[in-house]
Write a protein of this length. Structure first.
Length: 248
């Protein structure tokens, strides 16, 4: 709903975009509170259960300010909206750091991810890209804090670039040693890279230097390639399943 709200905004469907943003924001907040509450009071979560899917909730929270400010630019941003922005970004930011520490601990000291879950390794670029976009969008309202925002944005960019390199290396390492079978989880290759690329492009409007532009140009064909491969394999999988269900 948050992603659709941004698309609806660009089509100038402002009232509908606002409804989608409100529904998406509250759904994301409620779901993340419920998830963490059940995790805190439950006893079933073990270290081997920790994987990058846990970052999806923080990505949604970090998306709320970035998408909301764009939509609300056509109307009035009041104290209620600012409260949602602060709550979502603060919660998403610190939950991301906490879960990242647990994830790194699990990946370094516990058994590696199963081969079928390696595409999930790329998910970490999602919250990084969402944080980049929200930081620069949110603090654009407060020019006096823009310097601080750019400082943290560059930290996220640098860490995202490092994680991109690690994701490529880890994926290539597994490709050389095992046979990959297509699963829908392969779409994890696309959305995080796209989210991170959007953040880089937005950062480049504030810190325009050539290396940053070249890096974004590097990501573009990679994203298109990953998206194209997933579309082809998804359609192939759907056709194969459909034909197998047809009586002979």
């Amino acid at each position: 709903m948050l992603a659709l709200s941004t698309n609806l905004y660009f089509y100038r469907l402002y009232p509908v975009a606002y409804v989608f943003w409100i529904l998406g924001a509250f759904s994301m907040i409620i779901l993340q509170i419920a998830l963490m509450f059940l995790t805190f009071v439950g006893v079933r979560v073990r270290l081997e259960h920790i994987n990058p899917v846990w970052f999806l909730g923080t990505t949604g929270l970090l998306l709320i300010p970035g998408s909301g400010i764009a939509i609300l630019s056509s109307g009035e941003i009041n104290s209620f909206h600012l409260f949602i922005f602060n709550f979502a970004f603060g919660t998403g930011f610190f939950l991301y750091l906490s879960l990242l520490a647990i994830w790194l601990y699990r990946f370094i000291l516990h058994e590696p991810l199963k081969a079928s879950r390696i595409p999930l390794f790329w998910i970490n670029m999602g919250p990084i890209g969402a944080a980049l976009t929200s930081l620069l969008t949110f603090f654009h309202l407060y020019p006096e804090y823009m310097g601080v925002s750019l400082f943290f944005a560059h930290l996220f960019f640098g860490f995202g670039a490092w994680w991109f390199v690690m994701s490529v290396l880890v994926t290539l390492y597994y490709i050389k040693r095992i046979h990959f079978t297509y699963r829908s989880v392969w779409w994890s290759f696309t959305f995080p890279v796209g989210q991170y690329l959007v953040g880089i492009l937005y950062l480049n409007t504030f810190s325009n230097y050539q290396s940053l532009s070249l890096f974004s140009l590097l990501l573009y064909p990679i994203l298109i390639f990953l998206w194209f491969i997933n579309v082809i394999l998804t359609l192939k999988s759907i056709i194969k399943k459909g034909s197998s269900q047809v009586p002979g």
